[in-house]
Design a protein around this ligand. Sequence first.
Ligand code: PNS
Length: 164
Amino acid sequence: MTRAIYPGSFDPVTYGHLDIIIRSSALVDELIVGVLNNNAKTPLFSVEERVRMLEEVTGNMPNVKAVPFEGLLIDFAEKMGAGMVVRGLRAITDFENELKMAQTNHKLSPRVETVFLTTSLEYAYLSSTVVKEVAYFGGDIAQFVPENVESRIREKIIKKESVH
Ligand code: PNS
């Protein structure tokens, strides 16, 4: 059985992530979307919220599961019994960092291979950071994220604004 991990921050999940989830889940028996719980970063959404949004958008994909993780990706891969890590490559600017991560992970655990999928052209520009920025300034994000995610972002931003 081929089990792969698609790791990321997913703060929040975008159509670009979803594209990689759909395409990579067709290549393996089981795809675990690993959601990084990183205390060093201050995400817009808690790890529970990010997992929940992923569960909502992948609910119709029987071989996809969203699971939070902390610490090293390679330790998470070992724990989950996964032999493959999937990452999306949008542009050449992603490559340097992705290469370093893949090579570091391969040094740490040669058993785990990193596989790259090139992002579909229509999402090549897209990132969670861009989505959040457009939303903060009142722009239309319907074309970037699924509907449930769009409404969660709006709620979050309204809440933040009412605090300030
Ligand atoms: O969506 P992102 O933020 O680009 O995802 C980055 C992620 C989660 C894949 C990466 O930061 C990661 O694997 N973090 C876990 C820590 C780790 O294993 N570091 C060693 C590899 S360089």
